[in-house]
Ligand binder design. Sequence first.
Ligand SMILES: *Cc1c(COP(=O)(O)O)cnc(C)c1O
Ligand code: SF4
Length: 527
Amino acid sequence: MCNPGSKSYEMDGFSKEFFQDLFSPAQGGAPSQAVKDELKELYQKACDNNNLTQPVNDFFLRLTKIKKEQKLTPEDLGFSLEALTELAGAYAEMEEHGVTVGGRLAQARKVALSANQRVKDYLEQKGELAPSGIELWGQIQENMARIKKTLNITEEEWNSFSGQLRHAIDSVETLSKVIDLPEAAIKDVLRVTETYRMRLTPYYASLIQPGKINDPILIQSVPTAEMVDNVGEEIPPVASDHSPARLIDQFYPRVVTIKATNMCAMYCTHCLRLAHIGKKDRIYATEAYEEALDYIRENPAVRDVLITGGDAFMLPNKNLRWLLERLDEIDHLKMKRLGTRIPVTSPQRVDQELLDILEESNDKKPVRVVTQINTAQEITPVSKDAFHRINKKVSAVLNQAVLLKGINDHQFKMWKLCETIQEADVRPYYIFNCSYRNPQFMHLRVPVEKGRDIVESMYGNISGDAIPRYIATAGGKVPLHRSNVVEQTGAKITLRKPWSGEQVSYPDPEPGEYAEDAAFAFRKYYA
Ligand SMILES: *Cc1c(COP(=O)(O)O)cnc(C)c1O
Ligand code: SF4
């Protein structure tokens, strides 16, 4: 590779600058023989290799270090500008993408290093701060064994959805058998459950880390005094003024929801649908579904339907198949979504028959499953497997997380959530700011600004397709992203990179350029 004077090499800007720094005069005195020998050997290695870039990198990096620490130039060490230019030329020629020594060592490596720096704290803290259910699996299995024994649940019952529901924890007495809570907390749960329902599947209860105050699973499933003591007026659910037909909610022209059940396997303390869920499980009459279907049949603008509740997977397989089949018969309806948290709260529900139903319907028109996962802790090997199997049968599995105080209101917790669910075949879709409508969970709300900071902190730091949109539910879903447009004058836009604050210019089309043009593209052929 080293053949000084054989060819001339015109350096790129990065390499020129790199060489200028390297060769600029310095007062290092005379180098030691050892250093000279070391460099000679590195140079020889770089020369001997004609298909490896690393030895050349090593040589130049060592030179850079010596220049910085010992104030010695390559010339002090016996290397001429010509010889090193030749080496740099051979390097650029060998490199598939024409990357130069200067570009790689002085530019690209710096960018990569500073990128690594941005996630350093995250990598160090994510295990402790936001452990996933996979990382906690040992502990969770111990909890499972303990709960099975205490509540007399057989292995077979544990592994079936009906068993999970039959043994659901819905009273303080049962709860206090499986979770160690202070007396005062138990008293309050008793007081709250006079008004609101509590229900945890034994599986979901096993995700709670014993001894952890404010465990994020515990806060989501076991109500505290705030739920009845918070002051403030409950604003009636949007549904009552957005329900144009039985079971239907509609804000948008192209999407409607069918509230197909009021049941959930587990009741969340932050539930926006508190009022729908009511005080007891209800089975809806066939006529109710028929009236909802009629509304869709009669509205050709509707192309997407969201089957929700409650929880869509609470519908027995037979009813779910029936409903999907009826929907698939409607020509103008093109897509279906199923809103369910059950793969997280009771993944045992995901049986072969359900998977077949999803696949059959998805073969006709796309099915998406929309779930709600709020912490990495909710992803265990069991729920991950359930999502993996669902994902193979439907066109997408999406997550709608709720931003909740003490649960996921931290950059790293949210990054961890989004990465963990992505690894479980679930795509982050929305993060909802927790609703202002219910005093019952006012204590779990997080300011909009904080949520923005959390979501924006993801850009440039985690995979782009693991980044959800941040939404307020305010009579429809309103995106809350802070505008990254710092300013605009005419076609001159200044953008701000959310991850560094750095500003970059981004030219817009010139005024007038975008205007309606009679001769635009193919139109001109039809003049
Ligand atoms: C959330 C919701 C939808 C779906 O909104 P997307 O932004 O399409 O996910 C549709 N209708 C109602 C009533 C909703 O609450
Ligand atoms: S799963 Fe959804 S509807 Fe059911 S309690 Fe939780 S938030 Fe409410």
